[in-house]
Design a protein around this ligand. Structure first.
Ligand SMILES: [Zn+2]
Length: 530
């Protein structure tokens, strides 16, 4: 298989005629065991699939070249309607650990299209509140007032469509030049997601549309020299206090500064003219801390590679692109304090879940209900139970949660959108449905897992009641052949109700809405595939 294009294959580094697998194997053999060539392993992410068919005319025509202003599917108008249906007009990027925050608005009139290979991109400049400008420490310290006009950066919303999968994603991109580069660069604004100027020296940062730093790259003379990830203030302090920087350390902390005007209107009384209004502005500075790692090397053909010791392998590749951690999880959940490892835990559960038909359907149904918003996800200690908390607007889960338990809570999250009016009266009705969907999901897993689950739950009356329900209702929520609504209603009330009550689903916390009969209790299941 040849990878001729990928999400990030736009930079100076050429992937054409570059076989990832063979290169990977070769390099592994010659490198020390701790040095893993990660190369382009970000491919696992759903958006980065390799083109298998190299004879595809369309990609041959465009591979390696950025074509401006001629998008065929993702025009500015299409991007705008997509964006307005999914995202908020005001975009706040903020750091997880520092006090960095940047409020911006999209300037659609200045948006533009470009494409390369199977990716079509629309970039829209972001107008920052208070005229905020990002700069590195050197620029901050060196620049004179007369040079103010040259201190600029690129802040854009990037909207990308993968023509193969039809998937559209968006994120925020900031490009911050070094002082020397900004002073001499004539076409700084030409830098874009798909194109980096051959003399670019500086940093490219990718942020979630409403959140923190995802990843970034540092450039020197148009070549990638380092990877960037979120830093911490503690790390920055520790580094400042350390006498000498360890020789072997590839990573260090850096700050990027945000200078903006903070204006406050005020009222004053003039002895001659009476009441007047004024506005007072002050320039303020905030900073954001980054961890910069010099882990890039170039092979004899000029191809860039990155390596990480396995324990910090963030799945990073090389190429200057956007590399989200846990895209599936972050599409429906949020938690600004969660580590990448925790995100990956959730991603793995979702990957497992969406390999089944019912898990895939539920994931998409919930995503549809969320309309671009996200649910909060929190880890709780292992002596508590995972649950969907409507007050929190999200799911509390144990670190050792199984994919089926997460699926159960996702059913409740979906119910919170579809059953708002009857929410308080139907707790037990909704539990029946969540249990049934969970059992149907487990039934679609491998035999060993089904057995494990059966052994674990065989003495639990509610799970035995749920398994009884499976004999009446099929995987689409419909009555099985030969079963009538009356038959189903008879086992729901009183049998199933009693079986749930026996294991703690009391009638105070879990009322049963008796007017809801038979298969009407499984409407979300019935609608999963619609
Ligand atoms: Zn439940």
């Amino acid at each position: 298989m040849k990878c001729i294009e990928n999400y990030e294959g736009f930079s100076k580094i050429s992937y054409n005629n570059y076989s990832l697998e063979s290169k990977n194997m070769k390099t592994k053999k010659i490198k020390r065991p701790v040095c893993y060539l990660v190369g382009l392993l970000a491919f696992g992410l759903m958006l980065y699939s390799c083109l298998q068919d190299e004879t595809d005319l369309d990609s041959q025509e465009t591979t390696g070249k950025v074509i401006k202003g001629k998008n065929r599917e993702l025009s500015i108008d299409v991007a705008r309607s997509w964006y307005e249906a999914h995202q908020t007009p005001v975009v706040t990027t903020r750091s997880v650990v520092t006090h960095f925050e940047l409020m911006t608005k999209l300037h659609w009139k200045k948006g533009y299209e470009n494409r390369k290979g199977k990716f079509e991109v629309v970039e829209v400049p972001l107008l920052t509140r208070g005229g905020a400008v990002l700069m590195d420490r050197e620029t901050m310290e060196k620049y004179k007032d007369t040079e103010r006009g040259k201190i600029r950066n690129i802040s854009r919303m990037v909207i990308i469509k993968n023509l193969e999968t039809g998937e559209i994603i968006n994120f925020v991109m900031h490009i911050v030049g070094t002082y020397d580069y900004l002073m001499k660069a004539k076409h700084f604004e030409d830098n874009s997601y798909l194109y980096r100027a051959p003399d670019l020296s500086g940093s490219v940062y990718f942020y979630e549309p409403e959140g923190g730093l995802v990843n970034g790259w540092q450039y020197k003379d148009g070549k990638i020299v380092a990877t960037i990830s979120q830093g911490t203030e503690e790390g920055l302090e520790m580094q400042a206090n350390a006498d000498t920087r360890s020789e072997s350390s590839e990573c260090h902390y850096e700050s990027v500064f945000v200078e903006y005007d903070e204006c406050t209107p005020f009222i004053y009384e003039d002895p001659e003219y009476g009441i007047g209004f004024g506005i007072e502005c002050r320039t303020r500075t905030k900073y954001e801390t980054k961890l910069v790692c010099n882990n890039i090397y170039y092979d004899k053909d000029g191809n860039a590679h990155t390596w990480f010791p396995p324990e910090v392998d963030g799945g990073g590749g090389v190429g200057g692109g956007y590399q989200p951690v846990a895209p599936k999880a972050k599409a429906i959940f949020r938690n600004s304090n969660m580590t990448d490892n925790s995100w990956k835990t959730i991603e793995n559960l979702l990957n497992k879940m969406t390999k089944t038909k019912i898990g895939e359907a539920l994931y998409h149904k919930l995503q549809e209900a969320l309309k671009g918003k996200t649910l909060i996800i929190q880890f709780i200690s292992d002596n508590m139970n995972s649950n969907f908390d409507p007050g929190l607007g999200g799911i509390k889960m144990r670190m050792d949660i199984t994919s089926s338990a997460l699926l159960h809570e996702m059913v409740h999250a979906l119910q919170s959108y579809t059953e708002q009016e009857t929410w308080n009266a139907t707790q037990l009705n909704r539990e029946f449905e969540a249990h049934l969907i969970q059992q149907i999901y487990i039934n679609s897993l491998e035999a060993s897992e089904r057995t494990w689950w059966y052994e674990k739950s065989k003495n639990d009356s509610r799970w035995n009641a749920t398994r009884l329900l499976v004999r009446y209702i099929d995987e689409f929520g419909n009555l099985r052949p030969g079963v009538t609504e009356e038959d189903l209603q008879k086992i729901l009330n009183p049998k199933c109700i009693e079986d749930f009550r026996n294991v703690g689903y009391n009638n105070v916390d879990y009322p049963w809405l008796n007017s809801r009969k038979g298969s009407d209790n499984f409407k979300n299941l019935q609608n999963l595939y619609k």
